[in-house]
Write a protein that binds this ligand. Structure first.
Ligand code: ZN
Length: 267
């Protein structure tokens, strides 16, 4: 029997909770640690079109980028204190953590909420239904590469972020490219998969991604898993080579009137 057919049978006959129990039993060990579900395992599972080793948490389903994001948010203490958070395309392994945190007023949104946990509100990132300067923190991971007008989406993220707030942005990045690759003549899912690596991606971001964010007003710092963690830690947390574009909206400096100029009114 071919492997894929055997997997189909297993999925059909064994309920998912039981498959998860078996998976966790088979992968019990202490070689790797998931900081999100706080489990220790023999290894993370391979994942992706071209299977990346040590990628998928067998318990919470987190990938390298989720674990790096979680470690960075906690290291910088960005989740401490009361805050209003916007989360676009809310990942299931974060959803309950944020929603159950009494200090976080949590706003999970997506254009297709049916693909995300219940409670996700339907909203287009290029037309956010929120007031300007209304969020302390924003998480937007692997979303912008799906949006044709990504500049409008970036402008919207900048608009709703409070001055002094932070936004953690991640995209698939091809560091070999200086310039982001777009080609609007490529429209079919097959062509897009071939050109951009996934059927529903509309571009491949290059090293200019940070400049695109700066172009709408953000102050951008790039966090890199290779800079933040040594080789052993990257293996233990299953981090791979990941980047976070850490965006800030600087408060506008208040221009104070110069009172001594009043004297000229009377001259
Ligand atoms: Zn996990």
């Amino acid at each position: 029997m071919p492997f894929s057919k055997a997997v189909k049978y297993i999925k059909f006959f064994i309920p998912s909770f039981l498959r998860k129990r078996i998976r966790l039993l088979a992968l019990s060990g202490d070689e790797v640690h998931c900081p999100i579900c706080r489990g220790n395992y023999l290894t993370f599972l391979p994942f992706g079109l071209e299977k990346r080793p040590n990628a998928l948490c067998p318990n919470c389903g987190s990938l390298e980028r989720h674990r790096f994001l979680w470690l960075c948010l906690n290291k910088k203490q960005l989740l401490s204190g009361r805050m209003r958070m916007l989360h676009i395309a809310p990942e299931a392994m974060f959803f309950a953590k944020f929603r159950n945190n009494n200090d976080i007023e949590y706003h999970p949104i997506d254009k297709s909420p049916e693909n995300y946990p219940e409670g996700t509100r339907q909203m287009d990132l290029t037309d956010l239904q929120y007031e300007a300067n209304s969020f302390d923190g924003i998480i937007c991971s692997h979303v912008l590469e799906h949006i044709p007008d990504d500049k409008k989406a970036m402008e919207e993220l900048f608009r709703v972020l409070k001055p002094g707030g932070w936004a953690a942005l991640q995209v698939p990045l091809d560091e070999k490219r200086g310039q982001t690759y777009e080609d609007w003549s490529i429209t079919t899912p097959e062509e897009r998969e071939k050109a951009f690596g996934q059927w529903d991606h509309v571009r491949v971001y290059g090293r200019d991604f940070g400049d695109r964010l700066r172009g709408v007003g953000f102050v951008v710092t790039v966090e890199s898993s290779e800079r933040e963690f040594g080789g052993d830690e990257r293996f233990r947390f299953g981090l791979g080579k990941e980047s976070i574009f850490s965006c800030e909206k600087k408060p506008t400096p208040q221009r104070k009137p110069k009172p001594f100029l009043d004297v000229f009114i009377f001259l």
